[in-house]
Design a protein around this ligand. Sequence first.
Ligand code: FAD
Ligand code: NAP
Length: 343
Amino acid sequence: MSTPAGIVAEHPLQALNTLRLPCVAEYFAPVVSLAELQQCLALARDRGWPVTVLGGGSNVVLPERMEGLVIANRIAGRELLSGAGAEAVLRVGAGGNWHELVRFTLAQGWCGLENLSLIPGNAGAAPIQNIGAYGVELAEQFVELDACRVTDGAVRTFSLRDCEFGYRDSVFKRDCRDAYVIVSITLRLGTGDRVKTDYAELARELEQAGLEKPTPLQVSDAVIRIRSRKLPDPAEIGNAGSFFKNPVISEAHFLRLQESEPGIVGHRQPSGEYKVAAGWLIDRAGWKGHRDGAVGVHDRQALVLVHDGTGAAHDLLRLAAAVRADISMRFGIELEIEPRVYA
Ligand code: FAD
Ligand code: NAP
């Protein structure tokens, strides 16, 4: 069967995922517009190819081979829908880089995204897990998104409510998983100097810099400094950020653990449950800095698994399984993998 124009057969994806896992896509197509996306989806339907969407590849575990069509979403563009008064409403293409968007909004004098600085990946993937960091989640600035249905190419608008955002979670990880390709997202940003700096590590960084009343841009700079110190740069060593979600456990379970582990890090949730720092558990269990051939546990942040580029998904998943089993045995907590595993 011939390969249609714009679609490449047997395309390597190792440079297109931040874990640097070797992977070959049976078919691969970068798309820069809604029309191109709809054409690709129609073709995939005709040929019976399964479809996978890739953004910046910073939250995926890829197998050595992806059957069907991998679509790289490169739909760019920014449109100011309203800029009057105390807020700006901005629609952005799903294929734009997230961090560039954050810095662009700050340069315009708009606030709200500063705590989400330096998160890798594209704008279109931000709603998938309701990206969050330093006390802020995407949902707080989110208005709506447009997405194209894989089965027939129809475009649907999802409101904040439709997205069912939760902690690193949305409807796109559950009922609508793999059913839509997000083409744009719309955000509401403040035009004042309101900032959220109560997250302990951020507050400390700002205090040390002598910034009592930081501007949104100064908060963004502080977040960038903290992240650059603490997190491995995917350009230097393959990783997908946090490999496990922070587990939420009952108060009774947390208090029981606290008796034998007084240093355990947990934060009480409005529900009365506790969100436990998974990185603390993994560190406490002795995994920090552990290496197993091509893969390992990062030596500064135990929640991050790393890959030196010479292994494959099964090496990483074997290590993840060993960590999960150990944490389950020691603390009675079942860790959940955060990135999307295709392997
Ligand atoms: P990809 O990895 O390409 O895709 C992730 C999933 O989303 C896949 O299932 C994919 O099919 C789907 N997807 C992507 N684009 C679309 C689309 N347009 N339509 C439909 N589905 C789509 N995350 C946080 O929440 N907070 C952090 O602080 C954070 N820090 C990180 C730090 C590092 C160093 C790294 C490597 C990762 C970090 N992450 C963090 C995880 C990751 O950056 C985010 O989840 C990001 O939003 C993923 O974007 P992406 O474009 O790379 O998505
Ligand atoms: P950290 O500051 O060492 O904190 C450890 C954990 O405790 C965090 O995961 C955080 O949960 C929780 N926590 C800390 N202060 C809290 C508070 N005031 N209220 C509620 N929970 C609190 O975490 P870190 O690893 O250095 O990461 C810093 C931030 O960047 C975190 O928000 C983290 O989620 C985010 N991050 C995410 C990824 C990813 O791939 N998902 C990768 C790197 C960093 P929360 O995670 O809910 O904040």
